[in-house]
Design a binder for this molecule. Structure first.
Ligand code: 5GP
Ligand code: ZN
Length: 118
């Protein structure tokens, strides 16, 4: 069973902020902003590649609820999902990072030549 499935089953403790039948939201263990929440489906989905449109629409509403719960919906925030090796995904259970609470920087993503890919 993967790490986040264990968090869903409460076999591993987490600091939960919001939960419904389908999704769970909890604090990231290594926060990269004053607010850093992870939103996950309770069923195991490997990554964004496998999410179906019905789940994605419910996930969108859930993420909006997280922003309200954390009182960052007006000040602004960022939603990120890393996919696969190049995307930097470390936990192979779909999760959306919800980051806010301060002005976020726009990062340096790659040293690779942007001309090279296509
Ligand atoms: P990824 O790199 O896969 O997009 O993000 C994985 C995230 O999960 C990281 O930000 C990491 O800090 C977080 N994380 C890893 N293990 C745990 C854990 O056991 N508990 C919590 N709450 N977060 C975790
Ligand atoms: Zn899982």
């Amino acid at each position: 069973m993967c790490l986040f499935c264990k968090i869903v089953k409460k076999e591993i403790p987490s600091n939960i902020i919001l939960e419904n039948d389908d999704f769970l939201a909890f604090h990231d263990i290594n926060p990269k902003a004053p607010v850093h929440i992870l939103a996950i489906p309770k069923v195991h989905v490997d990554s964004f590649n496998e999410i179906d449109p019905q789940m994605m629409s419910k996930m969108s509403a859930f993420i909006q609820d997280i922003a309200k719960e954390c009182k960052i919906e007006k000040s602004g925030y960022r939603v990120i999902t890393n996919i696969g090796e190049n995307g930097g995904q470390e936990v192979a259970h779909l999760h959306f990072h919800v980051l806010g609470g301060a002005k976020l920087k726009w990062g340096h993503f790659s040293d690779a030549d942007p001309e090279g890919h296509f």
